[in-house]
Design a protein around this ligand. Structure first.
Ligand SMILES: NC(=O)c1ccc[n+]([C@@H]2O[C@H](COP(=O)([O-])OP(=O)(O)OC[C@H]3O[C@@H](n4cnc5c(N)ncnc54)[C@H](OP(=O)(O)O)[C@@H]3O)[C@@H](O)[C@H]2O)c1
Length: 266
């Protein structure tokens, strides 16, 4: 059978062919790798960016060059009141490309850096941290729910720090713990529609978020020593788990927080 006929008959079809995905914060880091992975697996991928328009355009160009389909939209997720209007724009983009505003895969990934400790934290810093990491995913899901297909999936981005908090990042750790709890609650909420809701909890992963940490070779060595698999994580390590959760093979997993850290501090 020719390759074309195989694809027509669904044999050898990519895992996410005819699926649509939204990846928040897809302009850099882990979100970029997730967007690339989902597109490589056949999905039409919408990414959001906040300050990185050029970076987002580069991501889209790279995906298209590799034969995938993607587009980028602006969203500042500090402002939860702007999320419904964002989804109206997303509707138009999906309808123009597929004839429908159906969303199959939602990845809440966007995250702002900010390492406020007890001494230097401010109420404003607390609010921004919680707004992006915990409040935005909740209200993104609220707007997404009428667009999400039955049998679809939601993947939130947590962190190993949600369950093993560090005193240097108490607010970030608490915001990620909130993500874990929301994931659990939303999995119950969406179960009747066969929509899975999980969180991925990366360990140390090489992105801009920890560029300053990686400048200190002693800290990097300590992290690698504390990691069972003996190296810093790469964004593709995280994207691979998301690709699995978004595929049919991940369909029996819901309400879980899956740590992908190479075995950090086991
Ligand atoms: N890297 C790690 O070691 C690690 C470990 C555990 C968990 N995580 C989590 O993984 C996720 C991605 O992190 P990363 O390391 O890939 O970070 P990153 O490289 O700094 O990228 C952050 C992304 O989030 C977007 N973003 C930031 N603030 C935003 C806002 N106010 N509104 C909308 N988008 C915003 C950025 O968009 P622009 O650049 O366009 O502004 C960018 O696309 C985060 O939730 C993070 O907490 C990371």
């Amino acid at each position: 059978m020719s390759q074309e006929n195989k694809v027509e008959n669904g044999i050898g079809q990519k895992a996410l062919t005819n699926k649509t995905a939204l990846v928040t914060g897809g302009s850099r880091g882990i979100g970029r790798a997730i967007a690339e992975r989902l597109a490589q697996d056949g999905a039409l991928v919408a990414i959001t960016y906040n300050s990185g328009k050029n970076a987002a355009e580069e991501v889209i160009a790279g995906i298209e060059k590799a034969g995938g389909k993607a587009f980028a939209l602006h969203a500042d997720l500090v402002d939860a009141n702007a999320i419904p209007a964002f989804f109206e724009k997303l509707d138009s983009e999906f309808i123009a490309r597929t004839g429908s505003n159906t969303l199959n895969i939602l990845v809440n990934n966007a995250g702002n850096a900010g390492w406020g400790s007890l001494t230097d934290a401010t109420p404003e810093g607390w609010d921004t941290m919680f707004a992006v990491h915990a409040r935005a995913p909740f209200f993104v899901v609220q707007s997404a729910q009428s667009r999400l297909s039955d049998g679809g999936c939601i993947i939130n981005t947590s962190s190993g720090l949600a369950t093993r908090p560090q005193s240097s990042v108490p607010i970030y750790s608490a915001a990620k713990a909130a993500v874990n709890t929301l994931t659990h609650a939303l999995a119950i909420e969406f179960g009747a529609r066969k929509i899975t809701v999980n969180a991925i909890a990366p360990g140390w992963t090489r992105t801009d978020m920890n560029a300053a940490v990686r400048e200190n070779s002693d800290i990097v060595k300590a992290i690698e020593t504390d990691t069972a698999l003996g190296r810093f994580g790469e964004t593709e390590d995280i994207a691979a788990v998301v690709g699995f959760l978004a595929s049919d093979q991940g369909g029996w997993i819901t309400g879980q927080v899956i740590e992908a850290s190479g075995g950090y501090r086991l």
